[in-house]
Unconditional design. Structure first.
Length: 364
């Protein structure tokens, strides 16, 4: 089967990382796979271009600015006509829009699959203008998605969100998968505790709540490591507001194994996620996980496999309780890690989830 994936960029975000895993699996299955990036990579994130080049049959980049550049559409159209793909699979709204334009105004009739990687109108960055544009664009996105043959969304929470917009296309829920997971039991008691967060550093991710709680802990035994890209203006705001003692902003981290090996507790305070890939990744590295008690994270984590909090007081209390257990009751923490491992293998199994995508491709 000849497959063409279209995505906004090759930056190392959640959607791009998942696509790289998907391309790997499709090549192993014997498919011919092309990846088209409709725009440039983000400057503050590692590009995955080399990784995509190594695994896919070819990659192509369109011209910038992507949405309003005639040459981008001409190059895109030529690629589609010359290669006669069996499937075009688009990821992220700008890529959906560009293929929709070509399909509407040309003779392209290729089967079109759309992957929706999140609840796009809830990703609020604190910029009133762009947040409003994101919300106002939803009727157009719904029209675009209804023109596809099939929609894949990454969680039941995203599907629930989609149904509020009267989507007519078939919707399948297929989560990201975890390629590797290992169960590593805790063996030593700990006096100092390293707390970690990974993801975009912005208000929507709950960073300010995490910093409020960390500042309130006021003990030298705690260290906080924050991995993820951020706008300079937002970092400056945080530096002005908080003392930031024992807080380490690492920027974008490409070596996730090293990051997770250095932390004891992973806190995920995000207000809104399509899935919460960073939470799944932290579980795959056998980390004690604490997440805000909102969907879909509370469908991934529960009291048997981790901790959920409603507010800052609860988060502080959980961190203090975990710190006590690290000193006095490692066995209870190991039980949670074992339950995490079993959950990942049961619900986020690569072979099972990949086969669901294969079935959608074959059904067209």
């Amino acid at each position: 089967m000849k497959i063409c994936h279209v995505i906004n960029s090759l930056s190392g975000g959640g959607a791009e990382t998942h696509l790289l895993d998907l391309v790997h699996a499709q090549k192993d299955q014997g498919h011919t796979v092309t990846v088209i990036a409709t725009g440039p990579d983000k400057k503050n994130m590692k590009s995955l271009e080399e990784e995509f080049t190594n695994v896919s049959d070819s990659i192509s980049r369109l011209y910038f600015p992507r949405l309003f550049n005639l040459y981008s559409y001409i190059k895109f159209y030529k690629n589609l006509k010359e290669n006669k793909y069996d499937i075009v699979h688009t990821h992220q709204p700008r890529s959906d829009f560009m293929f929709f334009i070509l399909k509407s105004f040309t003779t392209i009739t290729t089967t079109w699959i759309v992957s929706i990687h999140g609840k796009y109108d809830t990703y609020l960055e604190g910029n009133i203008f762009f947040d409003q544009i994101r919300k106002l664009s939803m009727p157009l996105l719904v029209k675009i998605w209804n023109s596809s043959n099939q929609i894949i969304c990454i969680s039941q929470e995203v599907k629930k969100w989609l149904t509020t917009y009267k989507i007519k296309s078939n919707i399948s829920v297929i989560s990201y998968w975890i390629s590797k997971s290992k169960l590593v039991n805790l063996e030593e008691t700990k006096e100092s505790i390293n707390i970690g967060f990974m993801g975009r550093v912005n208000k929507n991710k709950g960073i300010e709540d995490l910093l409020d709680v960390f500042e309130d802990l006021s003990e030298d035994r705690y260290n906080l490591f924050i991995a993820g890209s951020s706008k300079e203006a937002y970092l400056k705001k945080l530096n002005e507001r908080y003392e930031l003692k024992n807080v380490n902003f690492l920027g974008y981290v490409s070596n996730k194994e090293k990051f997770f090996s250095n932390i004891d507790i992973f806190v995920f305070p995000s207000y809104s996620e399509g899935l919460g890939l960073a939470l799944l990744e932290s579980m795959s590295y056998s980390k004690i996980c604490i997440s805000r008690n909102v969907a879909p994270m509370n469908s991934i984590l529960n009291q048997d496999s981790g901790y959920l909090f409603q507010n800052n007081e609860e988060l502080k209390s959980i961190i203090l309780d975990c710190s006590h257990l690290f000193k006095e009751d490692i066995l209870s923490l190991n039980k949670k890690l074992s339950n995490q491992y079993n959950l990942l293998n049961e619900k986020y199994n690569k072979q099972m989830l990949f086969q669901k995508i294969e079935s959608i491709y074959q059904d067209g």
